[in-house]
Design a protein around this ligand. Structure first.
Ligand code: ADP
Length: 160
C-alpha cells in the first residue's frame, strides 16, 4: 500500500490545491490531505472548518482522505505510513520556500521523499491568501474556489 501525504493549511482549499490532489491521487493507493491545525499565521477558518471544506471538495475523489494534524509533518507522515510528501510549486518563490523545508525533512526522515508537482498555468496565480483578500473586500472568488467555499467565505465575511 503506497500512501502519500499532501500537507498544507488550506485556508481555504482552492482550485489550485484541488488540481494537485486530483493529479497526485492516481499515483498512490491513498492520498492523505492533511490540514495543519496551527500554522504560524492568522487563520480565516478554524481547523474543523478547513477539514470540512476540503472533505466536501474531495468527496467525489477515490483514494483521497482528509485529516487534521498538529505535529511535525514528517512525524505525521510516519504515523500514517506515508513514504511520499506531495507539494505544489507555483513559482520560483514557492521553490525558494519549499527547498529548505524539503531538505530539513530529508535530514529528519531520509526514508520519506518530497515530490513536487508544478502548478498548471491556469492555477499558478491562485493562492489561499489572494482568495482571502479578494473575499474580505467583497470580490468574486468563484473562479478560484468551489461554490461551497465561496459561500463559506461570504458567511465569515458577514460575521466579521
Ligand atoms: P497557500 O500557499 O495557498 O496558502 P497552503 O499552505 O495550504 O496554501 O499550501 C499547500 C501546498 O499547496 C503548498 O505546496 C503550495 O505550494 C501548494 N499550492 C497552493 N496553491 C497552489 C496552486 N494554485 N497550484 C499548485 N499548488 C498550490
Amino acid at each position: 500500500m503506497r500512501t502519500a501525504l499532501y500537507p498544507g493549511s488550506f485556508d481555504p482549499v482552492t482550485y489550485g490545491h484541488l488540481d494537485i490532489i486530483a493529479r497526485a491521487a492516481p499515483h498512490f493507493d491513498r492520498l492523505v490531505v492533511a490540514v495543519f491545525d496551527r500554522p504560524n499565521r492568522r487563520l480565516r477558518f478554524d481547523g474543523a472548518q478547513r477539514v470540512a471544506l476540503l472533505r466536501e471538495a474531495t468527496s467525489g475523489l477515490a483514494r483521497v482522505d482528509v485529516q487534521p494534524y498538529h505535529t511535525l509533518t514528517v512525524d505525521y507522515a510516519r504515523a500514517i505510513g506515508a513514504s511520499v510528501i506531495v507539494r505544489g510549486l507555483r513559482s520560483p518563490a514557492d521553490l525558494a520556500a519549499e527547498q529548505p523545508i524539503a531538505q530539513h525533512n530529508r535530514v529528519m526522515a531520509p526514508d520519506i521523499e518530497t515530490f513536487f508537482l508544478i502548478a498548471a498555468p491556469h492555477h499558478a496565480a491562485c493562492s489561499a491568501s489572494i482568495v482571502r483578500e479578494i473575499a474580505a473586500l467583497g470580490g468574486d472568488v468563484t473562479s478560484l474556489v468551489p461554490p461551497h467555499v465561496a459561500a463559506a467565505l461570504r458567511n465569515v465575511g458577514a460575521e466579521a
